[in-house]
Write a protein that binds this ligand. Structure first.
Ligand code: HEM
Length: 463
């Protein structure tokens, strides 16, 4: 139940005092945010506030207190201006440069372009990219999984999201430009997005160039009356609520935003999946056996429905995302006083204007939802256990939830499953570096350092 309080009748959440915060600094520096936040959660409970200078930040942990955060409307819980740094990355005609109603239209475009009925047409292009890419690996070799996944996912994004003009003619140029825009996501640019330092200048030049490239593609499709199956086409054909067509600059910005939202995140989850499977023989055997089983029925044929049958692989990917943090928390701004009720039944009134941080990283590890939460156990998602469903809405926050739930979740699972099903069928893999730690220094978390794997080609027999 979402409740917004016009007159404060409940107490505000407990506040962590400044001395306690200073004492926690060494823990934060040496052990990282997960340990620090777990300490605060154990001490103060599922809702607590930290005051830094004039800023109040209220942290939320767990599904019981997450309803208003995920379900509140923009006038109740807004995305605020925390994403201002994305404006020079994605341009002035979309995202956080435009009003919230236009932004909601864009989210509808994304959802429409990435819904299951649209995804079927992406399976073949994804399969082709994956077969070509791993076809270039030798008989045996050593690779950094993180690097490999970043590369293959960029190829898939350029084919399925942008389309064949970019993929077949100017992939190299696109890759360089996108990397320069991505570099705009650093700490300095986050705080001061418009400061004219070299990295920001390169980001701005790259965005202008990418916008030109996308505009040219759109114009050429219109002139030749050519209609493609990619997401670019869907965005180009979308209409705002008032009937306006999307502009070339807006489409360029939206497509950059989509690649930004989906490429790195999918590469990170693919890498964690590899690290987890290659250190858990029981689940590696289970996913290999599932591939054999599927091959017995469909031989080498893979389509959208066959991918849906890879349930064990699905759970292994989902569990890799649960155990390994990909985001510390999601951020919003309270536009009204908000009442939350903890699982113990205590009600708090969170004051209007508080910054809200939903610590999805801790929610994924709550022992009252996940049995032995630190253990990699994909079976917890099997029917009969369904720990995330039993835990209630918002128990699995890796893809967010509610109004701004990830629009690309199904697309992400599809591409990660295609990659892993190919690897399992065609290679024996061994992790040679230690199990990676999370790199907390990155804005978008990822495994720290290289994730080295030995591979040996094989052809998995179905019998
Ligand atoms: C494993 C990969 C992925 C993860 C872990 C992930 C995670 C997330 C999360 C946590 C959010 C919510 C952010 C918030 O509430 O502030 C989100 C939103 C979003 N994601 Fe993903 N994502 C992934 C892949 C993708 C892909 C592949 C695409 C598109 C091709 C995509 C497109 C989006 C979009 C458009 C939104 C914004 C939705 C909105 O604001 O309403 N994501 N994602």
């Amino acid at each position: 139940r979402v409740t917004f309080d016009p007159v404060c009748t409940r107490p505000p959440p407990p506040v962590v005092n400044n001395i306690a915060l200073i004492k926690l600094l060494p823990t934060l520096c040496t052990k990282g945010p997960e340990v620090t936040m777990t300490y605060l959660y154990n001490k103060f409970g599922s809702v607590f506030t930290v005051s830094i200078l004039w800023k109040r930040i209220t942290f939320l942990v767990g599904p019981e207190v997450s309803g208003p955060f995920f379900q509140g409307s923009e006038s109740e819980v807004s995305q605020g201006n925390f994403n201002e740094f994305t404006v020079p990355m994605f341009g002035q005609e979309n995202g956080f440069a435009v009003d919230s109603s236009t932004r909601m239209d864009e989210i509808r475009f994304y959802i429409d372009a990435l819904k299951p009925s649209q995804l079927r047409s992406h399976v073949d292009p994804m399969l082709r990219e994956v077969e070509d890419y791993f076809g270039k690996w030798g008989e045996v070799g050593v690779v950094d999984l993180k690097d490999e996944f970043n590369h293959i996912l960029m190829l898939i994004a350029s084919r399925c999201l942008l389309g064949k003009e970019v993929r077949e003619k100017i992939f190299g140029e696109f890759y360089t430009l996108f990397t320069e825009i991505e570099a705009g996501m650093n700490f300095v640019s986050f705080v001061l997005p418009y400061i004219p330092i070299p990295v920001n200048r390169r980001r701005d030049r790259a965005r202008v160039k990418l916008t030109e490239i996308v505009s040219e593609i759109l114009r050429s499709r219109k002139i030749c009356n050519r209609v493609e199956e990619d997401v670019l086409q869907k965005l180009m054909d979308s209409r705002y609520k008032d009937g306006r067509r999307t502009t070339e600059a807006a489409v360029a910005g939206m497509i950059i935003a989509l690649i930004f939202a989906g490429k790195h995140t999918s590469a990170v989850i693919s890498t964690w999946t590899g690290a987890c499977l290659l250190t858990h023989e029981k689940f590696l055997d289970a996913v290999v056996n599932e591939q054999k089983e599927i091959m017995r029925t469909y031989e080498d044929m893979i389509d959208y429905n066959v991918l849906l049958e890879m349930e064990t692989l699905h759970s292994c990917i989902k569990e890799a995302g649960r155990v390994n943090p990909i985001s510390i928390g999601l951020v919003r701004q309270a536009q009204k006083n908000i009442i939350v009720r903890t699982k113990e039944g205590v009600e708090y009134d969170i004051p209007k204007r508080d910054t809200l941080v939903n610590l999805v990283m801790l929610t994924s590890k709550l022992p009252h939802i996940y049995k032995d939460p630190e253990v990699y156990d994909p079976d917890r998602f099997r029917s009969g256990r369904d720990e995330d469903k039993v835990g209630g809405k918002f128990s699995y926050g890796i893809f967010g939830g509610g109004r701004h739930a990830c629009a690309g979740e199904a697309y992400a699972f599809m591409q990660i499953k295609i990659i892993w099903s190919h690897l399992l069928r065609n290679f024996e893999l061994k992790l040679t570096s230690p199990f990676p730690k999370a790199d907390w220094s990155k804005y978008a978390l990822e495994p720290k350092g290289k994730v080295m794997v030995n591979y040996k080609r094989r052809h998995l027999a179905s019998n």
